[in-house]
Design a protein around this ligand. Structure first.
Ligand code: UGA
Length: 439
């Protein structure tokens, strides 16, 4: 069987990873994007996102002639589309009014491509879309000879290539079984479990999975708070829980709250969806509330460490923030808990200077932040009343903590990721406070 001709529309981290990985599996793939500059950069092997292994796959796929990048306004795009057998839609579905996913971009693309698709073609949604979107897009397409399939992605930012090539499962849903099987066949060589289902179930699986992860994380953060009060160690509690295979070891590490472009958006969207079906999904609501509370809890902890009391004033207190991205291994600042905590600290009167290995001081995304970002952690730490770790960048362990101790005003670290080793910090002269860790 020859491999189907694939077109991927949208070259964000999901689209580009999908395109480059499918090409690496031997399929002929065209990646298309409306941003022509981005496409031109891609053609030269330059990618904007921090995704290990992705640039290499784009370069090797292009060199092997299996991957082509094209602008959606180029003539060639129409030609590729008219010959496509499978078209993946990987465009953004941002949080819109009232917490619902905004399908505007997706719908525009569907309208644009509708007449160009050849008979027998399959259109696949990869973006996270509300339940019922496949039905809605089928109506928009107005093509009886084109099938609609939902194939949600489960890629973590910063791990996308690995997650694509070693998936826990592949989910494919459609009313057209043959089309679903054709899409599933693209992944055959990965030997992953394949869940073949209807489109609505596939769409719901994505939300159900992401919201479950959010609930798990909020639970872990709440347990960490309990550990603080009970004098227990959250790392041991998590280890003891995680050996139970029904619970699993992952996603139990406490932090300043969960963030990023997916979990906050998807929890809101699932709440809205449930609401629209007259179902109050209290568990997901509680996970969101716990997450918002977590930002405040982190600020209270910092306040207590720096002022010695729960209610002390932070006015004039200087804090060095280590980490701004929503997690390590990505340069993504969207819905970062670090930024939420920073905003609360500013409100409380603290002066902030931040350092993040993936955020340059000249980065336009930080132009509006009400505090400076520096390219040197020692500069951030100068005169600080505390160093606050907000992102779990492993390189923070390798900082010259002895030198940092000589530039701060008070050598204390509040480590919201329990990243650093308290005893090595103590040798450098630093006091250390984590989340859910006994003093
Ligand atoms: C998440 C899901 O994990 C992916 O499976 C999904 O495909 C993706 O959303 C998506 O919908 O596209 P991602 O947003 O990249 O992936 O981030 P995660 O790695 O899930 O981390 C989410 C947040 O939880 C981060 O802020 C992270 O720091 C935090 N986290 C994670 C913890 O606080 N503790 C942990 O133990 C793990």
């Amino acid at each position: 069987m020859t491999s189907p001709r694939v077109v991927v529309i949208g070259t964000g981290y999901v689209g580009l990873t999908t395109g480059a990985c499918l090409a690496s599996l031997g399929h002929a793939v065209v990646c298309a994007d409306a941003d022509q500059d981005k496409v031109d950069r891609l053609a030269r092997g330059r990618i904007d996102i921090l995704e290990p292994g992705l640039a290499e796959l784009v370069t090797s796929g292009t060199a092997a002639g299996r991957l082509t990048c094209v602008g959606t306004s180029e003539k060639a795009f129409g030609r590729f589309l008219r010959n496509a057998e499978i078209v993946f839609l990987c465009v953004p579905t941002p949080m819109g009014a009232g917490g619902l996913a905004d399908l505007g971009i997706l719908e525009t693309v569907v309208r644009q491509i509708s007449e160009l698709l050849p008979p027998g073609c399959t259109v696949v949604t990869k973006s996270t879309v509300p339940v019922g979107t496949a039905t809605r897009l089928t109506q928009l397409l107005r093509r009886d000879d084109v099938s609609m399939v939902s194939n949600p992605e489960f890629l973590r930012e910063g791990n996308a290539v690995r997650d694509f090539l070693h998936p826990d499962r592949v989910v494919v849903g459609s009313a057209d079984r043959e089309a679903a099987e054709q899409v599933a066949s693209l992944y055959a060589s990965l030997n992953a479990p394949i869940v073949l289902t209807d489109a609505a179930s596939a769409e719901l699986i994505k939300y159900a999975a992401n919201c479950f992860l959010a609930v798990k994380l909020s639970y872990a953060n709440a347990i960490a708070e309990l550990c603080d009060r009970a004098g227990a160690d959250v790392a041991d509690v998590a280890a003891g829980m995680g050996f139970d295979r029904r619970i699993g070891k992952e996603f139990l590490a406490p932090g300043p709250g969960w963030g990023g472009s997916c979990l906050p958006k998807d929890t809101s969207a699932l709440l809205q969806l449930a609401d629209s079906m007259d179902f109050e999904f209290r568990l997901v609501r509680a996970a969101i509330d716990t997450n918002i509370r977590q930002h405040k809890r982190v600020v209270d902890k910092i306040r207590e460490v720096v002022t010695g009391t729960r209610l002390g004033s932070m006015s004039g207190v200087r804090l060095a923030l280590l980490g701004l991205t929503f997690k390590a291994g990505t340069n993504d600042l969207r819905d970062s808990p670090a930024l939420a905590v920073a905003a609360l600290l500013r409100e409380a009167g603290a002066e902030l200077v931040a350092y993040d290995p993936a955020v340059d001081s000249a980065d336009s995304r930080i132009a509006d932040l009400p505090f400076p970002v520096t390219d040197d952690p020692h500069h951030a730490a100068r005169g600080a009343d505390a160093i606050v770790v907000l992102t779990e960048w492993p390189e923070f362990r390798e900082l010259d903590w002895h030198r940092l101790a000589t530039v701060v005003r008070t050598p204390v670290v509040v480590d919201t990721r329990n990243l650093l080793d308290a005893s090595s910090l103590s040798r450098a002269g630093f006091g250390w406070t984590g989340l859910g860790k006994p003093p």
